[in-house]
Design a protein around this ligand. Structure first.
Ligand SMILES: [Zn+2]
Length: 92
């Protein structure tokens, strides 16, 4: 089992390689099915991020982050921004 620190390291890699999130392996199950969603204020690009594995449904939620340049974002003011996010187990 991975822990929050391992997932935070993965988040760093995902942030650096935005278009290649599919190439980063899940720290829990090793599959390449990670998904990331930046839910932020449009103007500042600051909000929180969800990172999860679509295979084993583990992941993390991290608050007070800024979405990287070029990363797709969802509005923090829109409840629909979390639609489609599975109920994954969050490491606290
Ligand atoms: Zn996994």
């Amino acid at each position: 089992m991975a822990d929050r620190a391992a997932w935070l390291r993965v988040l760093g890699r995902v942030a650096d390689r935005q278009s290649e999130v599919g190439l980063v392996s899940c720290p829990d199950c090793g599959q390449d099915q990670l998904e990331v969603r930046y839910i932020v204020k449009h103007e500042s690009r600051i909000g929180y991020v969800l990172l999860w594995c679509g295979k084993c449904l583990h992941g993390i939620s991290v608050s007070r982050v800024r979405a990287p340049e070029g990363a797709p974002t969802w509005s923090i003011d829109d409840p629909a921004s979390v639609e489609g996010v599975p109920n994954f187990a969050r490491y606290e």
